[in-house]
Write a protein that binds this ligand. Structure first.
Ligand SMILES: C[S@@+](CC[C@H](N)C(=O)[O-])C[C@H]1O[C@@H](n2cnc3c(N)ncnc32)[C@H](O)[C@@H]1O
Length: 294
């Protein structure tokens, strides 16, 4: 959840969001972030939630992060009131340049409210998933598409051989280089949004796209399909693609159909089809495998 929702879509409903939280489908952090992204002002929202049955944990997140909640509200307002110029890939670049200027941690994970410890907890949980699914290993070559501030590259590098982080936004890349450009085996490069250059075809054991595909899809079907084909071409025999979140459209079945069509077109196998495997973040996992050599 880094993008403000289109008016009237998915995140706007307080009761529905609270219901999802009460049912255990989303964490208090994700619920709080959704509501702020939907346009609720953080302080009155916290008061209202505190008076609503089951709303106290969500109110608690907002009260624990008053400054972060205000910055998230500012990011949502800035993007809603003043859509970035241009279209497609350039527009998405501009979105992330703006978000990075407001708060780079919020730009990569709105539910972190810019809190480094909270973001670390979410990153650890995700890297735990990569390890459980056996996606990392000594000598592995990883391409992190839409690497943002490099939070995953930093955690993955000690458990892999090389990590190439690619991102559309120079501001995000500057942040990534400052935070972890010094780590052995880690490199960050500017992406063109449609390819994985400078990664070579057939070279990657793992291509990661964590909350990147929604933005790639907002850049338009042509750019998204070019990027998807490039991700498949980048795989070494037996390599894997892990996409966390395919779109912000709120229709998991439609996303599954798109991912299956991508897999068919590129000769990949679908190993996970939009599962929710994390407790802090509600990202859905799509795991695709190159069938050669397995
Ligand atoms: C929500 S952030 C997630 C960052 C990172 N994956 C993480 O989870 O910390 C999405 C990132 O993808 C980048 N991005 C969006 N579309 C991209 C594309 N087509 N190619 C490369 N990077 C892209 C944005 O600039 C932004 O840094």
């Amino acid at each position: 959840v880094a993008e403000p929702p289109p008016p009237g879509r998915r995140f706007a409903d307080l009761d529905g969001t609270l219901e999802e939280h009460r049912a255990g489908a989303i964490s208090a952090e994700v619920a709080a972030a959704r509501l702020v992204l939907a346009g609720h002002r953080p302080a009155p929202l916290a008061d209202r939630l505190a008076r609503t049955p089951g709303g106290e944990p969500v109110a608690g997140v907002l009260r624990a992060h008053p400054d972060g909640a205000e910055r998230l509200a500012l990011a949502a307002r800035a993007l809603r009131a003043d859509a970035p110029p241009g279209d497609g890939v350039e527009q998405q670049r501009c979105v992330y340049e703006r978000l990075a200027a407001i708060d780079p941690a919020i730009a990569v994970a709105a539910y972190s409210f810019g809190d480094a410890a909270l973001l670390d907890r979410a990153t650890e949980e995700l890297v735990g998933l990569l390890r459980r699914w056996d996606l990392l290993g000594p000598g592995a070559s990883v391409v992190d598409v839409g690497c943002g501030i490099g939070r995953l590259a930093a955690r993955i590098a000690p458990r892999a051989g090389r990590v190439l982080g690619l991102d559309l936004s120079p501001a995000m890349l500057a942040e990534a280089r400052a935070r972890c450009g010094h780590l052995p085996g880690v490199r960050f490069e500017l992406a063109d949004g449609r390819s994985l250059r400078p990664a070579e075809d057939g070279s990657a054991d793992l291509v990661l796209a964590v909350d990147t595909m929604p933005s790639a899809r907002m850049a338009g079907a042509d750019a998204a399909e070019a990027l998807q084909a490039a991700m498949a071409r980048a795989l070494a025999p037996g390599g894997r693609i892990l996409v966390m979140n395919y779109s912000y459209g709120g229709d998991p079945e439609a996303d599954r159909r798109h991912v299956r069509a991508w897999a068919r077109a590129c000769g990949l196998r679908v190993l996970r089809d939009g599962t929710r495997d994390l407790s802090l973040w509600d990202g859905r996992a799509y795991l695709l495998a190159d069938p050669r050599g397995t």
